[in-house]
Write a protein of this length. Structure first.
Length: 346
């Protein structure tokens, strides 16, 4: 029996399936004022943050999120694990700690065996176990393409809440995972991925952003978000907009998967469709991102790293803290006062 390649059963892959930012703006706009408000809702969808946050009135809050997508890898267990890690990341990106998850499964039951879906669920169980939470239930439907993800509930002390806005000019920018997984997973989908490179993207995508729960307690972290389907430039543009600031990105300091490997696959035209959709949405706000710079900085990430804005007076403190958590980080850029261009790449 031929091995099942899950990526051949979907038109997109991972967070590259996300609707483009400009289209999402059209979907989310409201034409009617609601007849009521929710004063306990600390974070909704008005700033495109990573998760909703609801004040419980005792100094703590519930954090709630959901994320799901079509296969990003061929291996079923890895697909379930990556989709789960990606969803849980939204809790960490708010500075929170996950509590429990429920699964979202769409499966083409007449096309793919139920045993393969079982492997997806098993991957999700392992990801949840790594995060120290139960996979407590879920919902499934018969769908034309395989879809999987989680709805995750977390908690945090309100004093530890980190949003994607509120950073100040001068803040140093850090990213906790390298860019480029969209390029490699596109190479896999096209069937040109070198077997020697097969584990690079999955290993990165399966890594939990647990450090986010610890960063929530650090007062010198001014803003935080995770980098997923909109690419680094897209999520940075959201941070800039929510902070009333602009940014400078030093391209040579941006963490990426090995540059020679990425260049090889870019030469083979392994550019995700989401890259162009991303650029069409926000490229007019960016200067200096031409050629392969654009392909890397707008590359849709699945289960990407945390983008962190740090008080410049505490840059060394943050680097030391991250090193203590096993991360070797350096600034990739900084925020500046508002100007005509939102993001400048140098």
């Amino acid at each position: 029996m031929e091995p099942i390649r899950l990526t051949q059963y979907s038109h997109g892959a991972g967070c590259g399936c996300k609707i483009a930012p400009s289209v999402l703006d059209d979907i989310l706009q409201s034409h009617h004022a609601l007849p009521f408000s929710f004063p306990n809702l600390l974070v909704g969808n008005d700033t495109r943050d990573d998760a909703a946050v609801f004040d419980l009135g005792d100094g703590t809050a519930i954090v709630s999120t959901t994320d799901f997508f079509m296969p990003i890898v061929d291996d079923a267990e890895d697909f379930g694990r990556i989709a789960s890690v990606n969803a849980i990341s939204d809790i960490y990106a708010m500075g929170g700690t996950p509590m429990l998850a429920i699964a979202i499964l769409g499966w083409p039951i007449n096309t793919l065996p139920a045993s393969v879906a079982n492997q997806v669920i098993e991957g999700a169980r392992k990801a949840c176990a790594d995060a120290g939470i139960p996979l407590a239930g879920g919902h499934s439907i018969d769908s034309p393409e395989p879809i999987f993800g989680l709805a995750v509930t977390g908690r945090l002390p309100i004093a530890h809440l980190k949003r994607n806005g509120g950073a100040q000019p001068g803040a140093k920018l850090f990213l906790t995972k390298p860019l480029g997984v969209g390029i490699l997973t596109t190479a896999q989908k096209k069937g040109v991925l070198d077997p020697a490179h097969a584990t690079i993207a999955p290993d990165s995508m399966k890594q939990l952003n647990k450090i986010g729960a610890l960063l929530g307690a650090l007062p010198y972290i001014q803003a935080m978000t995770d980098v997923t389907g909109f690419g680094l430039l897209g999520h940075l543009s959201e941070m800039c907009a929510a902070s009333a600031a602009c940014a400078v990105v030093e391209f040579d300091k941006v963490p990426t998967i090995d540059a020679a490997i990425l260049q090889h696959y870019l030469d083979l035209k392994c550019v995700p469709g989401g890259t162009n959709r991303n650029w069409d949405s926000y490229g007019h706000q960016v200067a200096g991102a031409t050629g392969n710079r654009r392909h890397i900085l707008a590359d849709p990430q699945t289960s990407g790293g945390l983008l962190v804005a740090v008080d410049p007076a505490h840059t060394d403190d943050f680097i030391a803290f991250a090193h203590g958590q096993g991360l070797d980080l350096a600034p990739l850029g900084f925020l500046i006062e508002q100007q005509d261009v939102l993001i400048t790449v140098i």
